[in-house]
Design a protein around this ligand. Structure first.
Ligand code: PMP
Ligand code: GLU
Length: 403
């Protein structure tokens, strides 16, 4: 079929969207592996650990007990109660079970939220670098992504003053993640408070606070922006099970939101998916109601890997890194290589750089353009220390050919 014929069949919506760069790169690496090529995959943001056994056991028990039917659209009450207890215990936040919406991953919560809040022409401020899907979900809903950037020299954290300057009478929502994917940066209490104070001054403005990496935080305690009373009623906290409990394939996430927003998201979800998987929901209860030792052990491993990768990357000329204090990503600025060539490939941008590494070093990463910063590329260090050492050795060798 010709591309014009395809365009006449497909919606403008899907034609204006880009494919998720993280999933695309992971797919390319998978194909090369299938051809027998020894690719080290540092592209997908996914813990390399298995789901803890007690969580799997809860799922088996749930199946045997017959929890195999549709659940309430917003999620089973026991799970929503466990989420409320977690939000109180760990974050000091008061939410009622009716304010919780459980979905097929945090990604779906973000999509539900944007579908519920955004009208065509509405603006959404996205603090950049940002997670790939934010801008495309906003676009899918007809919204306009207003991307505010901070580079490596600012630890990739957009200051509140720049947020305030970007607010217009069409701004509905501010979106960000802390700890941040793709930079590993964590907004500190003062930085969060300053953003909260800006939002508090604009009465129709809401915050989507993506806290999915809250436990993978090497700075100590996680702070939710919803803990500032001035914005508690205007913050939608998004979280999930994928990262903290190594449950990416279970597809389970949640939001805690002002009541009318939660109700609107339930309405949307009821027409789209009917809710999250019943067995995964029972596993989610076990995850939240047990101690966090497996999560803490994973976090300690990620911290050792962070230290390792930082020390190794320091030896590569032209790599400018921040010091990530959370998540499991590092986002080096490699713009020093732009314009350089190995005699065959010239590097013009971050995607060229990432593809060059895939083809020449057999290391899969993701170009920074999809995260809003074309000077950088993302390495997910959710891999063994041996894989990290070998990947950086290969990267160093490949870039040494760029002159
Ligand atoms: N937010 C961020 C910042 C992420 O990195 C991801 C990727 N897992 C998600 C949301 C979505 O997570 P999931 O849908 O697996 O719960
Ligand atoms: N969040 C992960 C990442 O950033 C998983 C892939 C995705 O859902 O985009 O790589």
């Amino acid at each position: 079929m010709s591309s014009t014929a395809i365009e006449s069949v497909l919606s403008d919506r899907v034609m204006s969207m880009t494919e998720s760069a993280t999933l695309q790169m992971a797919g390319m690496a998978r194909k090369m592996k299938e051809q027998g090529i020894d690719v080290i995959t540092l592209s997908l943001g996914e813990p390399d650990f298995d789901t803890p056994q007690h969580i799997k056991d809860a799922a088996l028990k749930a199946m045997e007990a017959g929890h195999t039917k549709y659940t309430a659209v917003a999620g089973n009450l026991d799970l929503r109660e466990a989420i409320c207890a977690k939000l109180k215990r760990e974050n000091g936040l008061d939410f009622k079970p009716s304010q919780i919406v459980v979905s097929n991953g945090a990604k779906q919560d973000i999509a539900n939220l944007c579908l519920a809040m955004i009208n065509p022409g509405d603006e959404v401020i996205i603090l950049s670098p940002y997670w790939v899907s934010y801008s495309d979900i906003v676009k899918m809903c007809g919204g306009e992504a207003v991307v505010l950037s901070a580079g490596v020299e600012e630890d990739f954290k957009v200051p509140a003053s720049r947020v305030e300057a970007a607010i217009s009478d069409r701004t509905k929502l501010i979106m960000f993640s802390s700890p941040c994917n793709p930079t590993g940066s964590v907004f500190n209490e003062d930085e969060l408070k300053a953003i909260a104070e800006v939002v508090a001054r604009h009465e129709n403005l809401y915050i989507m606070s993506d806290e999915i990496y809250e436990h993978i935080n090497f700075t100590g305690k996680h702070i939710s922006i919803a803990s500032f009373p001035e914005v508690k009623d205007r913050t939608i906290v998004v979280n999930g099970f994928s990262k903290a409990f190594a449950m990416t394939g279970w597809r389970l996430g949640y939001m805690a939101a002002p009541q009318f927003i939660a109700d609107a998201c339930v309405k949307i979800q009821g027409q789209m998916t009917s809710g999250a998987n019943s067995i995964a929901q029972k596993a989610g209860v076990a995850a939240l109601n047990s101690d966090l030792r497996p999560t803490q052990e994973m976090t300690m491993a990620f911290r050792r890997r962070r230290d390792l990768i930082i020390s190794l990357l320091k030896e590569i000329p032209g790599f400018k890194c921040n010091f990530p204090t959370g998540a499991f990503y590092i986002f080096p600025d490699i713009s020093a290589y732009f314009g350089k060539s190995d005699g065959v490939t010239t590097i013009h941008n971050s995607d060229d750089f990432s593809l060059f590494l895939l083809n020449q070093a057999h290391v899969a990463t993701v170009g920074g353009s999809a995260f809003g910063d074309d000077h950088c590329f993302r390495i997910s260090y959710a891999a063994s220390e041996d894989q990290i050492r070998e990947a950086v050795r290969r990267i160093k060798e490949a870039v040494s050919k760029l002159k």
